[in-house]
Ligand binder design. Sequence first.
Ligand SMILES: CC(C)(COP(=O)(O)OP(=O)(O)OC[C@H]1O[C@@H](n2cnc3c(N)ncnc32)[C@H](O)[C@@H]1O)[C@@H](O)C(=O)NCCC(=O)NCCS
Ligand SMILES: Nc1ncnc2c1ncn2[C@@H]1O[C@H](COP(=O)(O)OP(=O)(O)OP(=O)(O)O)[C@@H](O)[C@H]1O
Length: 287
Amino acid sequence: MKLLSQTQAEVQIGQLAAIARSCLIDEARLSPKPGLVDSRGNGAHRDLTLALMERSASSLHPTFLQLARQCWRRPADIALREAIGRLGREGEQQMMAATGGVNTHRGAIWALGLLVSAAAMNGGRADAEQLTRTAAALASLPDRAAPKLFSKGLKASHRYGVPGAREEAQQAFPHVIKLALPQLLRSRAAGSSESDARLDALMAIMTSLSDTCVLSRAGLVGLQTMQAGARAVLLAGGCMTVEGRQALARLDADMLALNASPGGAADLLAATLFIDRVCLTAHHAFF
Ligand SMILES: CC(C)(COP(=O)(O)OP(=O)(O)OC[C@H]1O[C@@H](n2cnc3c(N)ncnc32)[C@H](O)[C@@H]1O)[C@@H](O)C(=O)NCCC(=O)NCCS
Ligand SMILES: Nc1ncnc2c1ncn2[C@@H]1O[C@H](COP(=O)(O)OP(=O)(O)OP(=O)(O)O)[C@@H](O)[C@H]1O
């Protein structure tokens, strides 16, 4: 009996890791995304390609597996926080080895790593709010082994006085729960294709996120351009309408002209797709 439940746990752990990897690949391929790498090309990036993003996503599968195994049915405490911090940093090294030193998925390892961990802590069963609350509890615990780096994201957060990737997780992913998931469901219900509904969910995140990738590369002008442009797409009826598509093309051109890429928003879209798949039925109460 015990053996059977161990096997079932291992199957669910494998599913969580496979879903995380496929959400990263779905995010990368989704097109047309403003400023980002997609099936059309490299967006505002010189050192990133779709092939590199896909290789990076696959290199992270073992990290997601280890995170899920480590966290299976365990409570949030400092020992677990430190264990996942170590696994997350090892994941970053694996990503760097797979990409020849290019940062393809640092923010995504953080967001998806926490969500895979949280899903495993809940035994694979949780609704979207429970899942993100568990991830927030983990992200809020101290990790004594974390190196004190003054990263690009931290610099932008301090300079502009805005929250970054850490705070988004510590606040239980408000851009995913309050904006992206409800938009994904609304657009699907309105008859959008799956791809348009996902683009609309990305727009919903971009209307409000203080994306430190955009701030680092293009300052406040970049951030305001992103937020206003995304709002224009949704106000025009989203990506399923001709006007929405035109607004999306304008936003893409504006982001490229500013060398701006909303990498943080892309990470949160991958997180949204993960929750959508893991909490398949539970979050339909959202709208
Ligand atoms: C918290 C992280 C992302 C570092 O963030 P920081 O802002 O200091 O730095 P950095 O510029 O290197 O990366 C930030 C990345 O987050 C994403 N991002 C940017 N802005 C935002 C935002 N507002 N909200 C969410 N994500 C964002 C972008 O992809 C960006 O590239 C992470 O690398 C980290 O510290 N990991 C430690 C390992 C760990 O504890 N892992 C546990 C889970 S696996
Ligand atoms: N499709 C995508 N295209 C581009 N970036 C993405 C995509 N999906 C996720 N990202 C995120 O964007 C981040 C890359 O952004 P960026 O290139 O600004 O980082 P950087 O290498 O630290 O900085 P820079 O390129 O300005 O030197 C990654 O950490 C990743 O999490």
